[in-house]
Design a protein around this ligand. Structure first.
Ligand code: CP
Ligand code: NVA
Length: 307
């Protein structure tokens, strides 16, 4: 059987995504009750980070340990990649030593090349195009807030940049069938082909209020992603009026929740009142990175079938 990777949410079928989310929640409950499973016993995850990380790095390293395995942190400046060794040779050699590769990098093409040449599963820890592990955790959080049966019928409002997180939400709407409304300022739209592939499940508007109206989930992200630091001032100007504040939250459903992948800039994309307020699920969302990724590693590296 061909090896599987997780590069995008829409690498998964609907049944696989539902099974992963259910397993993630089971692993969360199991951990809270002191239970554990060790499908990674004797196995190693290599983690390559070409960008900074708090949550992804710690949740994958801790997660591999919790599942009975270990993780090795590989910084590009310590690898021969930093001296020009190709991704193809790196992928083929690492595959002889370890059981899975998690990578955070810039261009999505890099991870596609890595996955092509590696003979072990590759997991996307964020590229400029997508951030699937984060949206798995976000969906698990929605499931906790509203129940698993509500996922296909919820409405999600994305406010802000049409970035890697927005793309993974669009992919998720395509796979699960919920309604996604994205409010992005002109010039900061999501990738047109990713948007088009979701059909009427993902709609682009210009007014954040139109996106938030009646939404069950209101979510946003930083205005300048990693690698876009030089554009910060221009983006602050362009995203004026796109802050998620109490007034915007009030337009949502009465039980609407707020999500943010973090790190956040209070006073820019979200007000402190909202992100630190009663509708914010950000800490459960961050915790769910651990459980969602453990479900992914158990499946891809630990041999536990999803279906
Ligand atoms: N949300 C997220 O991926 O956080 P880190 O950048 O800290 O890994
Ligand atoms: N869009 C953000 C997400 C950080 C987790 C970035 O790429 O920097």
């Amino acid at each position: 059987m061909a090896k599987r990777d997780l590069l995008r949410i829409d690498d998964l079928s609907r049944a696989e995504l539902v099974a992963l989310l259910n397993r993630a929640q089971t692993l969360r409950t199991m951990r809270a009750e002191g239970g554990r499973v060790e499908p990674l016993r004797g196995k190693t995850l290599a983690m390559i980070f070409e960008k900074a990380s708090t949550r992804t790095r710690v949740s994958f390293e801790s997660g591999a340990f919790l599942l009975g395995g270990q993780a090795i942190m590989l910084r590009p400046d310590e690898l021969q990649i930093g001296r020009g060794e190709s991704m193809a040779d790196t992928a083929r050699v690492l595959s002889r030593y370890i059981d899975g590769i998690m990578i955070r990098t810039f261009s999505h093409q890099i991870i596609e090349d890595l996955a092509h040449y590696a003979t072990v599963p590759v997991i996307n820890g964020l590229t400029d195009l997508t951030h699937p592990c984060q949206v798995l955790a976000d969906l698990q959080t929605c499931q906790m807030a509203f129940g698993a049966q509500a996922l296909p019928t919820m409405t999600v409002a994305w406010i802000g940049d049409g970035n890697n997180m927005a793309h993974s939400w669009i992919n998720a709407a395509k796979v699960l069938g919920f309604q996604l409304r994205l409010a992005c300022p002109a010039g900061y739209d999501p990738d047109p082909s990713i948007l088009a592939a979701a059909g009427d499940r993902a709609v682009l508007v210009r007014d954040p209020r139109e996106a938030a109206e009646g939404a069950h989930v209101i979510t946003t992200d930083v205005w300048a992603s990693m690698g876009q630091e030089a554009e910060q001032a221009a983006r602050v100007a362009a995203f004026k009026g796109f802050q998620v504040d109490e007034a915007l939250m009030a337009l949502g459903d009465g039980d609407a929740i707020f999500l943010h992948c973090l790190p956040a800039h209070r006073g820019e994309e979200v007000s402190a009142e909202v992100i630190d307020g009663p509708r914010s699920w950000i800490l459960d969302e961050a915790e769910n990175r651990l459980h969602a990724q453990n479900a992914v590693m158990e499946w891809l590296m630990g041999g536990r079938p999803l279906l």
